[in-house]
Design a protein around this ligand. Structure first.
Ligand code: FES
Length: 264
């Protein structure tokens, strides 16, 4: 994780959705520099990309930061994103009791801020004077490899799962997939987003193939257990799994030891 800022009782975190390449991370560093005068400023991603919002908040908690202002960087403004941020923080607070900084979230639409109009004018000028996009020659891509990787992880990003925080689960899984080289570890695993896997009442839902195991009520700790136990060692995580049945199923209560483990 990029080292950002120094110890303080107050911190600002610029929040973006995801970054999978070096360029957007450098961009976040640059944007962070623009507000350096506000004190300790960090940045974080809610989906794929590091540092994740959860990791940044965890490090700030560990340092005893008392006040935390989250500033979503998003256009167009999405009230649902702010609501999702609130719900996700509330979930983390519930899963990891103990001292928390006072968390506040900026709710103002970026496009209605002072100065946005001149920014937009500058962008329009830049677009009008940019080089024209021309049809490209069709590149010879040299074909594709049909993968022999055995496992497939589908992370549901349908409406009910998104409302239950699935984008954070997707981001956490993808970060772990990269960190642990899951494509080349054990029998190899690939991942993909899904629109709806069926059991929406168990949101957020993940399904692991070739067994087709459904996992419900996902959080980051559940992802970590599935990675270690199912993907790397090939064993279904029984207490997180939901077997097919003709009767309706609801989420089961999680044993408290998982919550306890999340605090360490
Ligand atoms: S929306 Fe995720 S299972 Fe239906």
């Amino acid at each position: 994780m990029t080292e950002q800022g120094s110890s303080t009782k107050q911190a600002i975190v610029l929040v973006a959705r995801s970054a999978v390449a070096a360029a957007p991370i450098e961009e976040m560093e640059r944007i962070r520099g623009l507000v350096a005068g506000f004190g300790e400023v960090m940045y974080a991603f809610t989906e794929q990309g590091e540092p994740s919002l959860r990791a940044v908040i965890g490090s700030l908690r560990a340092r005893g930061v008392e006040s935390l202002a989250l500033v979503p960087l998003l256009l167009p403004a999405e009230p649902a994103f702010q609501a999702f941020l609130s719900r996700t923080i509330q979930r983390w607070q519930q899963e990891s009791p103990g001292p928390w900084p006072a968390v506040r979230i900026a709710w103002q639409d970026m496009s209605s801020t002072a100065g946005f109009s001149s920014v937009l004018h500058e962008l329009v000028d830049t677009a009008c004077s940019s080089g024209e996009v021309r049809p490209a020659e069709r590149a010879d891509e040299g074909g594709s490899i049909v993968s022999a990787l055995r496992r497939r992880v589908l992370v549901c990003l349908g409406g009910p799962c998104l409302a239950a925080g699935a984008s954070v689960i997707w981001g956490h899984y993808r970060n772990e997939e990269k960190r642990l080289s899951l494509r080349t570890t054990g029998e190899g695993a690939m991942s993909a987003k899904a629109s709806c896997l069926g059991p929406c009442s168990l949101a957020p839902v993940v399904q692991v193939f070739p067994e087709g195991t459904f996992y419900g009520g996902m959080n980051e700790e559940a992802v970590d257990r599935i990675v270690q136990q199912h993907l790397i060692h090939g064993a279904v995580v029984g207490d997180l799994a939901y077997a097919p049945s003709p009767t309706r199923q609801r989420l089961r209560e999680r044993p408290s030891k998982e919550r306890d483990a999340s605090e360490t």
